[in-house]
Design a protein around this ligand. Structure first.
Ligand code: SAM
Length: 282
């Protein structure tokens, strides 16, 4: 079995050798709008001097840089972006240059990364569940949040992920990987760049290591690091005061039947991914 580092070495996630594809994807639309709580946070201003609340950001596991480059292009933030896949970082950095933007890129492993600075926002999307210890990685990146600052993390969901994984992995087992890839393309009929869609297929279906998590579990991690949950995709980013623990847990369980309906019945690819935004207590 390949290590995660070997898996991404030559074919990073979101990969294509067409650099215009990346630039056009950033310019075409602001993909951060899919995360309305993050978008709002990025636009927020401090009460008194009306300065932006979020000025400095570090992204852990930036990959080929869709998020870093969107943060630079649409929000003019100061970015430090790290990933242990050199090829991904080279692409991300080249796309920044093509967009006339600058981020401080570093090739580094999350567990070994050292930085004396603290940031207004620490972000990591789809990364920590591929590390050797997701909870430790979560704890490690949270150390770079300023007091009163924010942590925004996207992870695979325990219930939301199962139907898609078992459907496509069983299909690959019985019909072979290339048939499963054809099915994946059918389920993602807007992905028209072949290399790009294949990199998604590898990442989603034949990855050597992933773990899955729940909001109930994350709530404990968040309390443990001295943060408070602000918002989550589990309740579609609605104010949390209307959702007690029981209601959130019911919502989490319902993600399994939702994912089954989408992936298996309607053949619409739905990865089973959720986000949390937490604020560091002062
Ligand atoms: C699924 S990709 C997500 C990339 C990017 N966040 C995105 O949304 O496109 C996972 C990324 O995490 C990186 N990664 C995984 N484990 C890492 C670690 N321990 N240290 C640094 N980067 C890591 C991989 O190199 C890969 O680029």
């Amino acid at each position: 079995m390949k290590t995660v580092k070997e898996f991404y070495k030559d074919q990073p996630f979101n990969y294509t050798d067409d650099r215009d594809f990346y630039v056009n994807n950033i310019l075409k639309s602001n993909q951060i709008l899919e995360y309305p709580d993050l978008h709002q946070l990025l636009l927020s201003r401090c009460n008194f001097f009306r300065q932006p609340l979020i000025k400095t950001i570090i992204e852990f596991g930036c990959g080929t840089g869709w998020l870093t480059n969107s943060l630079l292009h649409y929000y003019q933030k100061q970015l430090t972006s790290i990933d242990f896949t050199e090829k991904a970082v080279d692409i991300a950095s080249d796309i920044s240059t093509r967009l006339n933007k600058f981020a401080e890129y570093k090739v580094a492993d999350i567990f070994e990364y050292q930085d004396s600075k603290l940031y207004d926002l620490v972000v990591s999307m789809g990364v920590l569940h591929h590390t050797k210890n997701c909870r430790e990685a979560f704890k490690k990146i949270s150390k770079y949040v300023k007091p009163g600052g924010y942590l925004y993390v996207g992870l695979y969901h325990l219930y939301g992920r199962k139907p898609m994984l078992s459907f496509l992995q069983n299909y690959a087992h019985w019909h072979g990987e290339s048939s499963a890839y054809n099915l994946f393309k059918r389920m993602n009929n807007t992905m028209d760049n072949k290399q790009h869609s294949y990199s998604w297929f590898r990442d989603q279906v034949i990855h050597p290591h992933e773990t899955q998590h729940t909001l109930v579990e994350l709530s404990e991690w968040i309390a443990d690091i001295g943060f408070t949950l602000q918002s989550t995709s589990i309740n579609k980013y609605k104010p949390l005061k209307y959702f007690d623990k029981q209601k959130l847990s019911e919502l989490e369980h319902s993600l399994e039947s939702y994912s089954y309906k989408k992936n298996v019945e309607e053949l619409i690819f739905t990865p089973g991914y959720f986000t949390v935004c937490a604020k560091r207590n002062i």
